[in-house]
Design a protein around this ligand. Structure first.
Ligand SMILES: *[C@@H]1O[C@H](CO)[C@@H](O)[C@H](O)[C@H]1NC(C)=O
Ligand SMILES: *[C@@H]1O[C@H](CO)[C@@H](O)[C@H](O)[C@H]1NC(C)=O
Ligand SMILES: *[C@@H]1O[C@H](CO)[C@@H](O)[C@H](O)[C@H]1NC(C)=O
Ligand SMILES: *[C@@H]1O[C@H](CO)[C@@H](O)[C@H](O)[C@H]1NC(C)=O
Ligand SMILES: *[C@@H]1O[C@H](CO)[C@@H](O)[C@H](O)[C@H]1NC(C)=O
Ligand SMILES: *[C@@H]1O[C@H](CO)[C@@H](O)[C@H](O)[C@H]1NC(C)=O
Ligand SMILES: *[C@@H]1O[C@H](CO)[C@@H](O)[C@H](O)[C@H]1NC(C)=O
Ligand SMILES: *[C@@H]1O[C@H](CO)[C@@H](O)[C@H](O)[C@H]1NC(C)=O
Ligand SMILES: *[C@@H]1O[C@H](CO)[C@@H](O)[C@H](O)[C@H]1NC(C)=O
Length: 373
């Protein structure tokens, strides 16, 4: 876990240094490109490239992150990227930990080791001053990285490497958070839920086509989790904590996006016939856990482990000292993010269909990993 000292935090908060300086300042572990390229097990995966928002990045890859994200949380996921789904899946695949894009030096071996282009505040839409590291920018960075491989390796080797890598996309969460928590300023506020979801899902389908044109053949698209059940959204909506305790209209908006993305993925598998594209429905996975917390070992399905105020939903996780003693008994880590335990269950379920079946289709991630392209 790359926990930063409090003095550094202070500097970050004051804007005296940026996350980027620190990431660059860290001694980056040397990677054995050959071993990484071959994978540790017999899987047919060369590397994992991750694109997305706070569901894939804990702030390691976000310039000016504390300034941008101060309204939510300084530790959107316990300050450790190893708590997130793609990092947990990388472990399952047998790949080494994935470097953040801004933490690498552009060398061939680092690109070969897989990269995380994701950034906590990333949106699908380009919106004003928060648009840095949006979907479009991340796609451009992927394309440049794959071009680097072509320049430095022989062309066929580069092509085969890219084809047998997995590209993991998880977006949309921040678009909806912007919409629900700062709706008056969102350019999307006047769209119906259907329109908004259509625009976002179309952009994601175009992103898949773009990656395909950059020679990607194994692609995972994630749906959005049930944002209407997060402590922050529940608090904002003043829902009385009974029944499932979730804000239904927020969940319906998110579900619309998930449904359309799922449809797009099915069509894209036909359109791009030699590509293997998987849709993983983390929404249903989390609802299963939220509806039966005890069955999955949770004691608290409402209160954030790290936060202040009613259900820990008023002030985000500004310091690890605020965290509860046993985060694994909580579904929610902070205002808007699940705990590592939840992500671990989801990683296992998307990997193999256990303990929650049917989240990914047409294949599980394990099946995707073992496919030849
Ligand atoms: C980039 O980082 C790798 C791994 O730390 C190191 O081996 C390599 O020398 C670096 N390359 C440059 C150009 O700094
Ligand atoms: C890199 O991996 C190859 C193949 O597994 C191995 O032969 C070599 O010794 C490794 N090099 C280093 C520096 O770890
Ligand atoms: C909401 O949007 C406005 C206008 O873009 C911005 O000035 C304000 O800081 C935002 N509020 C929050 C809580 O992010
Ligand atoms: C939404 O529509 C209303 C009425 O048409 C308009 O006054 C307002 O500026 C619009 N808001 C945004 C964010 O586009
Ligand atoms: C939440 O609802 C309760 C009961 O309906 C009401 O008394 C309270 O003022 C509401 N709080 C907010 C912040 O809207
Ligand atoms: C939920 O709260 C409402 C209003 O307080 C009450 O009428 C209803 O019976 C409650 N439902 C459950 C399942 O507890
Ligand atoms: C957490 O553990 C510490 C030390 O074991 C104890 O003093 C404290 O009361 C516990 N806090 C909570 C919220 O349970
Ligand atoms: C944060 O995550 C790390 C890695 O999973 C774990 O070891 C640590 O206990 C977690 N901290 C809290 C407060 O949950
Ligand atoms: C996920 O699977 C791994 C490997 O089988 C296991 O060690 C871990 O405990 C599982 N996670 C959860 C939350 O059940």
């Amino acid at each position: 876990m790359r926990r930063r000292g409090s003095f550094v935090h202070f500097l970050l908060l004051m804007g005296i240094v940026t996350s980027n300086n620190i990431v660059h300042g860290q001694q980056i572990e040397a990677q054995n490109a050959t071993r990484t390229a071959n994978g540790r097990n017999d899987s047919h995966v060369s590397a994992l490239y991750v694109l997305g928002d706070s569901s894939v990045d804990c702030g390691q890859n976000t310039l000016f992150y504390p300034l941008l994200h101060s309204r939510f949380s300084l530790f959107p996921c316990n300050g450790s990227d190893a708590t997130l789904l793609p990092q947990l899946l990388a472990e399952e695949i047998g790949l080494k930990s994935i470097q953040p894009f801004y933490g690498q030096n552009g060398s061939l071996e680092q690109v070969l080791g897989g990269l995380n282009f994701g950034s906590t505040q990333a949106t699908i839409m380009n919106q004003g001053s928060y648009s840095h590291q949006s979907l479009t920018q991340q796609l451009r960075q992927v394309s440049e990285s794959m071009q680097l491989l072509q320049l430095q390796l022989n062309k066929d080797t580069a092509l085969q490497f890219t084809k047998s890598s997995i590209f993991f996309l998880s977006f949309g969460k921040e678009d909806y958070i912007d919409l629900f928590l700062n709706s008056s300023s969102s350019p999307m506020f006047n769209h119906s839920s259907q329109n908004f979801a259509t625009i976002l899902a179309n952009q994601m389908a175009n992103a898949v086509r773009y990656l395909y044109n950059a020679n990607a053949r194994k692609i995972i698209c994630l749906g959005i989790m049930p944002l209407g059940c997060t402590p922050r959204i529940v608090w904002e909506s003043n829902v009385t904590a009974n029944g499932s305790g979730c804000v239904e209209h927020v969940n319906e908006w998110v579900l619309e996006y998930n449904r359309l993305l799922d449809e797009h993925v099915a069509k894209l598998n036909t359109e791009l016939h030699d590509a293997k594209i998987v849709f993983c429905d983390v929404y249903n996975g989390m609802m299963e856990i939220i509806n039966k917390p005890g069955q999955y070992g949770f004691e608290d399905a409402k209160r954030a482990c790290c936060g202040l105020g009613l259900n820990g939903a008023m002030v985000g996780c500004m310091s690890m000292d605020m965290a509860c003693n046993q985060s694994s008994t909580h579904i929610w880590w902070d205002l808007l993010n699940p705990t590592q335990k939840v992500n671990s269950i989801l990683a296992n379920a998307t990997w193999s269909g256990q303990p929650i079946p049917g989240l990914c289709h047409p294949f599980t991630i394990l099946e995707l990993v073992n496919m030849k392209v």
